[in-house]
Design a protein around this ligand. Sequence first.
Ligand SMILES: [Zn+2]
Length: 234
Amino acid sequence: MLENEYQAQNRTYNGSKTLVFIVGNSLSKSSCGWADTPGNLVIIHDLFNDGCNASTDNSETGISGAASTLIHELIHSYGINHQCFNSSDIMIGTPECAVDKETFGHVTTTIDSPRKHYVGSEASDGIDLLKMPVWSDTQSNTAYSQIKSISNNKFVPQLDDGTVYAVIEATSKKFDWEWEKDFSPEGNSISCQFTSGATVVVGKVEKSACTFAVPANLRAGKSFTVTENWNAGP
Ligand SMILES: [Zn+2]
């Protein structure tokens, strides 16, 4: 909803960039922020209180609570999940990890200091933060979505049988559904489109199927809608 509203007011927004919403007041007692993993939407909140933005954070951890939350959520948005290997790591989080409250927030914050998980390595989620195009791109479209199709990333879109069905810049495996019908239009009787935010792709019709050339700048984690219109009736 926030993204749709932003889109309505900023027509040139292409949907591949991360949107960050910053809210001073608390929206929830149990977190300091949220992000789609992967996705392009980040919210950080509760910046007026000690829980998420304590005045002692900087001296104890080397980074303010607000900045730490922002970085944590941005890294989620690139597809990286919570990491439990080190209680000082910026990606530690619940419910996956048992967070030691004595340590967490009171020692220098680290970002994969062993370089074995998500920085300089893709061992954790199939994603190496250092290889993401976010570091080199300044304004153009970017294939943020090129998360490896074969990885241990549970968020790669898969069918029930494990088939990865949406790989950017590759012909994806098909997904389809069936229903009882007495009418089976083909060819010119069909038109179809793929819509995700401002991205609209007109499908190529082959018999009764549609294929879509999904652009490389479509960010991983974005939802989409496919519609097929029947232009002829019985
Ligand atoms: Zn988190």
